[in-house]
Design a binder for this molecule. Structure first.
Ligand code: ZN
Length: 642
């Protein structure tokens, strides 16, 4: 039904001809460095966030040769792109946002004509390179530099690092930010292999999301060192990532290790001690891990996400360091993306649930394998509560509650949690053994390829349902994938998961004494269930008593601290404000920063002046992903001091 693009191209026929079956499997395994990943055609696979027209000409490999210029906050050098063009093509269109282009040539250095088109606030500009007379070139080389405010990159001052002595750089490419530092076709459906040579001043070390070829770097002159990397599996271009700073490495297991600033290394390694076991558990669930090493880097606190699943090198926020591994579900999540997201990737962003819903489901399965049913059941119940919250906030019939959603609502309670609930519902309907076998074969059949919702459903019908009409009816696949709300066959969490906590909560909410709440003996999940279940209208004395009894303001666990601060702000509880300000200044994770500002902003006359005062101070420390979201919330007036 949905054909791959083999007609327009004479190459890659073996890898492109069939959507299912074991032949393709073998082709994916045998694919060498220069083999080309297929591109999906069909309306459901059309990416509206790229200017590229891959059916005319597409990028197959990116080779970067860049200097990291900390003084001027720019990446500068060349990008050499391998391209494949259809017969008669005259041009190739790339994505670019804020890039300063100096020259474009072919591989022999002959200048090529190019033009930057009109600028779109989100998509940036098309960079169109014309081929001239004769056959299309096989390579184009672009000499350029990124802008100092490139959205993908955050250049930190020494004061923004734990060590305080050297600057730091990291990138965040998802969803469409890499075009601010790499001129390529920035679409998840156009997979590309890549290599890079990056220079940085000593003693900075550079790491990237690929194989490290020069661990200590080579002398590049001028007290700079050059680092080389390579990724020979075709990846979605948002997965090209870089970090550079005063960082050190420690091994965690035979193929796992952690990078972070030296001052953070002991803490990070202790929190990550189960990483190798997680990889083993994930392989038992999903099939072989195909990326070689699985390392992680624990970044400075301004990293805007919990984690980013950059291949071979997961990027992590330091806010998951709780001291007791109670927040390491984050690592299981990013690891799970090595299959759902990196191996099989959403072809376009409205299909994001294929990355995040699958991954949230696998995260929970990995947690169960390592820590047992109880912890997994509790985390599943917390996830289910997020679906219910999203349905209340968006409206149960709102378009934004569909799994495949192009409304722009982007609710994590839907994309992550409803997505996971869909897979859990299938698992519990067909049985775990059968569903696990299906998913392993799904990753095999579609390894290193893009995926759409329609394609997933047809694969499921062909390989799991196999004409069983009764099963088809029970699963309600189209309702799950395309309709708003929650289908009535949803697998609900085990009511026993939080039975004891819910009893304590009910007693407390009925006016009971704080002394009767066994908070200190609870797990992190149980504490979150309790805090999130407290009313948003409570007398100040009761809040003060809670804080005294459980030491909430001083919590070293970012999730429970966040839950407490949200409760306190919703209650307009002034004693919590200094702690809110410390938390908002001390980290820049959007998941924490944006809701706290939302709560302040919602408490109009009381909260808005506080929000303005704090944001003026903290905004410069945030990555664009976080500051952009808060900017939209507060509007222009929010950025000025009250
Ligand atoms: Zn994720």
């Amino acid at each position: 039904m949905r054909r791959l693009l083999s007609l327009a191209f004479a190459f890659a026929v073996a890898a492109c001809t069939s959507g299912t079956g074991n032949d393709q499997n073998a082709a994916a395994e045998a694919r060498g460095p220069r083999e080309v990943a297929p591109i999906l055609t069909g309306a459901d696979a059309r990416d509206t966030q790229t200017y590229a027209r891959p059916e005319v000409a597409r990028v197959t490999r990116v080779a970067l040769d860049l200097d990291a210029d900390f003084a001027n906050r720019r990446m500068a050098g060349t990008a050499t792109l391998d391209i494949q063009a259809a017969q008669g093509a005259h041009e190739i269109i790339l994505d670019s946002r804020g890039l300063e282009i100096e020259a474009v040539t072919d591989a022999a250095g002959q200048p090529l004509q190019y033009a930057l088109g009109a600028n779109d606030a989100a998509k940036g500009q098309p960079l169109t390179i014309r081929f001239g007379e004769g056959a299309a070139p096989t390579q184009v080389r672009i000499r350029y530099r990124s802008a100092p405010d490139a959205e993908a990159l955050q250049w930190l001052t020494p004061q923004q690092t734990a060590g305080g002595r050297h600057p730091y750089l990291f990138s965040q490419g998802q969803a469409i930010l890499n075009r601010t530092w790499i001129p390529t076709q920035d679409s998840p459906g156009i997979r590309q292999t890549w290599e890079a040579r990056i220079t940085a001043p000593e003693p900075m070390k550079v790491v990237m999301s690929g194989e490290r070829l020069t661990p200590e770097g080579e002398d590049a002159g001028n007290r700079r060192r050059a680092y080389r990397f390579r990724m020979d599996h075709p990846v979605a271009p948002y997965l090209i990532a870089i970090a550079a700073g005063d960082i050190a490495f420690r091994e965690l297991g035979p193929r796992t290790g952690v990078w972070t600033e030296p001052a953070m290394l002991d803490r990070a390694a202790a929190e990550l001690a189960d990483t190798e076991r997680m990889v083993e558990a994930a392989e038992r669930l999903n099939g072989p891990y195909r990326w070689g090493r699985y390392d992680v880097i624990v970044l400075p606190p301004s990293f805007p996400y919990g984690g980013m699943e950059n291949p071979t090198l997961t990027f992590l926020t330091p806010t998951f360091l709780a001291g007791d591994r109670s927040l390491n579900g984050l690592v299981a999540h990013e690891l799970a993306h090595s299959w759902s997201g990196n191996l099989v990737t959403n072809a376009t962003w409205p299909d994001r649930w294929l990355n995040e819903g699958f991954t949230s489901y696998f995260e929970n399965r990995i947690m169960e394998a390592l820590y047992g049913r109880q912890r997994a059941a509790q985390e599943e119940a917390l996830s289910f509560a997020e679906i219910e919250k999203a349905l209340v906030e968006l409206g149960a019939d709102a378009p934004g509650t569909r799994l495949r959603d192009d409304s722009g609502a982007e609710s994590s309670g839907i994309v992550y949690d409803k997505g996971a609930a869909f897979l859990r519902t299938i698992e519990r309907t067909v049985g775990r053994a059968r569903f696990d076998a299906y998913l392993t074969s799904y990753f095999d059949r579609h390894a290193f390829q893009p995926m759409t919702t329609a394609r997933f459903l047809s694969d499921l019908r062909a390989n799991l349902i196999r004409g069983d009409a009764a099963l088809e009816q029970r699963l309600q696949l189209d309702r799950w994938a395309y309709q708003p709300g929650l289908p009535d066959n949803v697998a609900r969490p085990d009511p026993a998961a939080f039975a004891a906590v819910d009893r304590a909560l009910a007693a407390y909410n009925a006016g009971g004494d704080v002394g009767a709440v066994p908070y200190s003996g609870w797990t992190t999940a149980e504490r979150l269930r309790f805090l999130n279940g407290l009313p948003r209208e409570m007398p100040a004395e009761r809040l003060a008593a809670l804080d005294r009894a459980f030491n909430l303001t001083a919590s070293g666990n970012s999730e429970t601290l966040f839950a407490w601060l949200q409760l306190a702000l919703a209650n307009r509880y002034p004693p919590a404000v200094p702690a809110v300000e410390r938390f908002l200044a001390g980290q820049g994770r959007r998941k924490f920063v944006l809701p706290l500002f939302e709560t302040l902003w919602g408490a109009e006359d009381w909260g808005r002046p506080i929000a303005r005062r704090i944001y003026v101070r903290t905004r410069p420390s945030y990555h664009s992903v976080t500051s952009g979201a808060v900017d939209r919330l507060l509007g222009a007036q929010g950025r000025q001091a009250p």
